[in-house]
Design a protein around this ligand. Sequence first.
Ligand code: OMD
Ligand code: FE2
Length: 440
Amino acid sequence: MTDQADQLKYMSGFGNDFETEALPGALPQGQNSPQRCPYGLYAEQLSGTAFTAPRGRNERSWCYRIRPSVRHVGRFEPIDVPHWKSAPHVIPGVTSLGQYRWNPVPHGEGETDWISGMRTVTTAGDVNTQNGMASHIYLVTQSMVDSYFYSADGELLVVPQEGALRFCTELGVLEVGPGEIAMLPRGLVYRVEVVDGPCRGFVCENYGQQFDLPDRGPIGANCLANPRDFKTPVAAFEDHDALSTVTLKWCGQFHRSSIPHSPLDVVAWHGNYAPYKYDLSTFSPVGAILFDHPDPSIFTVLTARSEVAGTANIDLVLFRERWLVAEHSFRPPWYHKNVMSELMGNIYGEYDAKPDGFAPGAMSLHNCMLPHGPDQGAFEKATTGELKPHKLANTMSFMFETRFPQHLTEWAADEAPMQADYADCWNGLDKKFDGTIRPA
Ligand SMILES: O=C(O)Cc1cc(O)ccc1O
Ligand SMILES: [Fe+2]
C-alpha cells in the first residue's frame, strides 16, 4: 500500500507524458511489455483515444498492476440509479424551451455517495454516438467504502462548490475543493471519499472527445489556463482484500459486480491518459482594455472539440475576479441569442449580469437561441454608473457551453428548486426609445 503521506503528490503539466512509480523499479524502462514485469506486476494499456488517433490527440497510459483489470470485474448485474440520466433523454411533457434558473439544491434527508448523490440536470446529444454531454449536481455526504465506480460513457469534469472530495483512482489520489476542478477520464476506476462534507458541486459528463486546452490565437504563448498549473497525481496503490463492488456506467445503463479486492492496484504507470486537477485561481484572464465587451470565449479554460472547427462539443468558460476598464462601453455581458447552449453555475460571490437571484450553488440554463442578458438592475447600474476602473472582486461563476441543446430531466423540471419567476428579472427593461431625441 502507498503511504497516506506519499499519496498527495502531483506532477505538473497538461497532457504530459508522465511516468511514476509507487515502488522503486516498478516501472519497466525502455519498453511497455517486458516478458515478466518487475514485482510480478501485470502490464495493461488504458486507451483514451482510438489507437490511430493523430499523435497530438492520442491518449493512452500503460499500467503495471497487481491484477489485470479482467480480475476487477465480476458478473455484472443491472442496477437502478434513478437520478443519473444520459442523453438522449427527451421527456414528453418536459419542455426545455425557456430561460431557467435554480436555487442551490439543498441536501436531502438521507446519506448520499458519489453514485446515489448524482442528480442530472440536463442532457444533450447522444451517449451512444459519443457526442454531447450531461450536466449534473452532486450532493455527497458519505464516502464510498470498498465501492468503486467507472464510466465508459465519458470523462467527468468536476466543479466543487461546497466541501472537499478525495478521488482515489487507479492512477493516484486527488483532493479537490471549491475553486478547483478535477477531470476523471473515461474508463478510469475510482472511489470517492468525503474530506470535508457535506459536498455539493457541478459535473459535466463529456461523451465526446476529451477536454483540451484551447488554442490561444493572437493571445500568444501565455495567459488563460497555463499548462503547468494542471496537476496529475503520482502512482498510489492498494493491496487490499475485501469484498468490494464495482459499478459501471455503460451507454447510460448502470451495472454492478462484486470482487474480493480493491481494483486500485496500479503500482506504476506511464502515459498521457490520466486524471488531473486545476486551481481556477491560476487562470489569467485576458480582456478588453479599451472598449466593448468581447465574446466569453476569451475565458475558455478547457475545450472539448467536435469535428466542426471552432464549434466545441463543450467549452468550460470561467468568469472570475478581474478588472473592468472599458471606456464608453456597456461593460456587462450584452443581450444575446446564441446557437450554443449555456449552462451556468455560481461557485462563489456575485455574477455581474445577475447581481440578484444567482447565489453560490445556483445554476441557470439559457438554451439554444433563447434570448438572455443582464437583469434590469444590472442594466440600470451599467448604463448610469461612472466608468472608472472597477474590480470585480469575489466572483467565480462558470459556464458549460454546448453545441447541442440541453434537455431538462424530470428532476430539474419538477423536483429541483427552479425559480418560477426567473424570466421576470427582465420585466423592467421597458421601452426607452424616444424618436425625437438623437444621441450626442
Ligand atoms: O449569458 C451569460 O451570462 C454568459 C455570457 C457572458 C458574457 O460576458 C458574454 C456572453 C455570454 O453568454
Ligand atoms: Fe449568454
